[in-house]
Design a protein around this ligand. Structure first.
Ligand SMILES: CC(C)=CCC/C(C)=C/CC/C(C)=C/CC/C(C)=C/COP(=O)(O)OP(=O)(O)O
Length: 579
């Protein structure tokens, strides 16, 4: 009996698993825990017979004075723990690295797939069949290649199955979501192996190994084993994730969202032929994600912590609001901008007032450019109520008045409040519509809607305080006329010079009002139901952080400057820890 192998865990695997647990815990949903548990069970079950065979046939051995002595099917308990902890570490890494990605946008059908993706997927399948066959050949030779052969014949069939299920997604995901979570733990385990296991805690018999080392004393087989087993874990979760993405992307086919763990729906989603995917919806989701990514760093980051379907609907809602705003802001003349507002109203009428949905689609096709179609057609109008959307368009009318009228439309502070209520309280309300719809909760609704409206105003005030110069460049001064007068300024002065001590004073004043409203509504957020609470707080805190940096006197560079990336991620983490 000895402690050497156990000490490897104490020194290397457990600290890493602990560190990852603490880092990842705030981001994990209950579905993530199921993912990890599922993978650990599958990995341990699949590895036990293989490992037991290797030990019993003497491919590798453990010196009795290096292990505790307890075993299952001849596998030392430390080794069993290795399967668990390695799978746990790699799954956690994979889940963390995939948080920023909304997977549904990567779904495709054979007919929409890019030719290189299809070719690479087929090449991968052929390579895996060949590797399995080669493994069989090496085993048959019963020589130095035996251990390599055993690794290949054990892992490649599993890899072939999961690759065939998800290869097209794995090929198109960013490398930070695929290669990184495979290679980072692999490299770590290589180093652990080199540092400690090479001291003879286990030994691969000379007869059955190639006798070449990747570096130091790290046998090639050992390096291959870690690489291939981590790839198995990643491909396994990817296969699980694809079912989740399909289930969440097509609510018409799968009414229950994935986070309620509808086992049958997930199985059906898993086997639904890709040719039946609604690609119009997938393309629309992809465009919406892109719009969010390009236009709002704060909300893009915050969106990554929402559970599946809420995240999708919030992204689609953002896409609609942003598209409407852009159509109006980018219009060549006030007349064109007002035309867009009436067309957008016409669209809402056709969605909410007309009896048939077909009308809405015809209206969109006849009145809007193709780049606007998906954002309009995928507005989750069966979830969000009509009033806030009409009010939002009224808010956009105020933006047009800056160029259409000679007088600023924001005369008093109450005008500013009304404007913020129209363009931002409405968003808060609609966010809640989506949360209530997906969580099914009904408690505290009036109180939460009141708080959401307040919070919307707070965020809008921060937005205006940040963008004084950006807005001035568009000919807009949202600071109330009465405030300007108190400072002895006119709107024309601010348009000409959107900085200086007087502007700074008004910026601070506006931020003060933003934080007052934030403080009055923040407490109610604890009543937001379920797994939406943490992410909603994240969205609000990420945006208010801009206000905090501004109040500290940061963001001196005028323009679209925001909070540094490390600080934004820190806010997300801290917020989720507390939520
Ligand atoms: C308080 C309770 C119960 C819930 C909170 C409800 C929420 C989330 C309220 C906030 C609503 C919200 C997100 C308003 C949008 C305000 C805003 C300033 C949007 C600016 O959007 P962009 O201009 O696209 O973003 P950037 O400023 O990042 O470019």
């Amino acid at each position: 009996m000895g402690l050497d192998y156990a000490l490897v865990h104490v020194k290397f695997t457990i600290p890493l698993a602990g560190f990852l647990t603490v880092t990842a815990k705030p981001f994990l949903t209950s579905l993530d825990l199921v993912r990890i548990a599922f993978l650990v069970v599958v990995a341990v079950t699949a590895t036990i017979p293989w490992d037991s065979y290797l030990i019993r046939t003497g491919v590798w051995t453990y010196p009795p004075d290096g292990v505790l002595g307890w075993s299952l099917f001849d596998i030392p308990v430390e080794e069993l723990f290795f399967f668990v902890v390695q799978t746990y570490i790699t799954s956690l890494m994979y889940i963390l690295c995939n948080k920023p990605v909304l997977l549904a946008q990567y779904l495709d059908t054979p007919s929409t797939r890019k030719a290189w993706v299809q070719r690479a997927k087929t090449a991968g399948q052929i390579a895996l069949v060949a590797a399995t066959a080669f493994g069989g050949y090496l085993i048959k030779q019963n020589g130095a290649g035996t251990y390599t052969g055993l690794i290949l014949t054990w892992a490649c069939p599993f890899l072939l199955i999961t690759w065939s299920m998800t290869g097209e997604i794995l090929l198109t995901l960013p490398w930070t979501s695929t290669l990184l979570p495979i290679l980072a733990p692999t490299f770590y385990l290589w180093v652990v192996d080199e540092l400690s296991l090479s001291q003879g805690i286990w030994t691969i018999e000379d007869k059955t190994k190639l006798q070449s080392q990747l570096f130091g004393q790290l046998d090639l087989e050992e390096a291959l084993f870690f690489l291939i087993s981590n790839t198995l874990v990643a491909f396994g979760i990817a296969a699980f994730d694809k079912a989740v993405a399909v289930c969440d992307a097509f609510p018409n086919k799968f009414p229950q969202p994935s986070d309620t763990l509808p086992i049958m729906s997930l199985l059906e989603a898993r086997v639904l032929p890709a040719s039946q995917y609604d690609m119009k919806r997938i393309t629309g989701i992809k465009e919406a994600v892109e719009r969010l990514r390009k236009k709002s760093r704060s909300f893009y980051l915050a969106s990554s912590v929402f559970p599946g379907r809420i995240r999708m609907d919030l992204t689609l809602l953002y896409s609609y609001c942003r598209l409407a705003d852009d159509l109006i802001d980018n219009a060549e003349s006030p007349k064109e901008a007002l035309d867009w507002i009436s067309k957008l109203k016409g669209h809402l009428d056709s969605v909410y007032c007309a009896p048939k949905a077909a009308n809405a689609q015809d209206f969109v096709r006849a009145n809007f450019p193709p780049s606007a179609h998906s954002a309009l057609e995928l507005l989750p109008s069966h979830i969000v109520s009509a009033e806030p959307l009409y009010a939002l368009l009224e808010g956009f009318r105020t933006d047009v008045e800056f160029t259409a009228e000679r007088e600023s439309p924001i005369r008093e502070e109450s005008d500013l409040q009304l404007y913020a209520a129209r363009v931002a309280s409405t968003i808060g309300e609609m966010c809640l519509d989506i949360v209530f719809h997906h969580t099914g909760h009904k408690d505290n609704r009036p109180l939460l809607y009141t708080a959401a409206k307040e919070m919307g105003i707070a965020l809008q005030y921060v937005n205006i305080a940040r963008d004084v110069a950006v807005d001035a460049a568009m000919g807009r001064v949202y600071l109330p006329q009465t405030w300007l007068e108190e400072e002895g300024l006119t709107a024309a002065d601010v348009l000409a010079q959107p900085s200086g001590p007087k502007v700074e004073r008004m910026r601070k004043r506006l931020l003060g009002k933003a934080f007052e409203r934030y403080r009055s509504s923040r407490g109610s957020m604890d009543l937001i139901p379920g797994e939406a609470k943490g992410p909603m707080v994240v969205a609000v805190e990420s945006y208010m952080e801009i206000g905090r940096v501004l109040a500290e006197g940061g963001l001196r560079v005028e323009g679209k400057a925001t909070v540094p990336a490390w600080r934004r991620i820190g806010v997300v983490w801290k917020t989720l820890v507390k939520a």
